[in-house]
Design a protein around this ligand. Sequence first.
Ligand code: SF4
Ligand code: SF4
Length: 72
Amino acid sequence: MGIRKIDYEVCDGCRQCTRICPEDVLRFDQENHKPLIQYLRDCQACFLCEIYCPRQAIYVTPYRERRAVMPW
Ligand code: SF4
Ligand code: SF4
């Protein structure tokens, strides 16, 4: 669940996503001038980064990856 991908081919390094994330999930890599998904577990799948990315470079999913363990 949450941010899944940043397409670095499309991202222009504007930093909008790192500013807007309310959970501080993203960091900006000064060397490569691209955002990094640093704390994925903190992502709340709020979609703000995806919505506000001017290049549509971010993909967020509402679905959980881990399957529930069933008792039978
Ligand atoms: S908002 Fe989009 S284009 Fe800007 S740094 Fe983030 S991923 Fe890249
Ligand atoms: S979906 Fe929300 S919490 Fe997750 S990285 Fe994007 S802005 Fe941050």
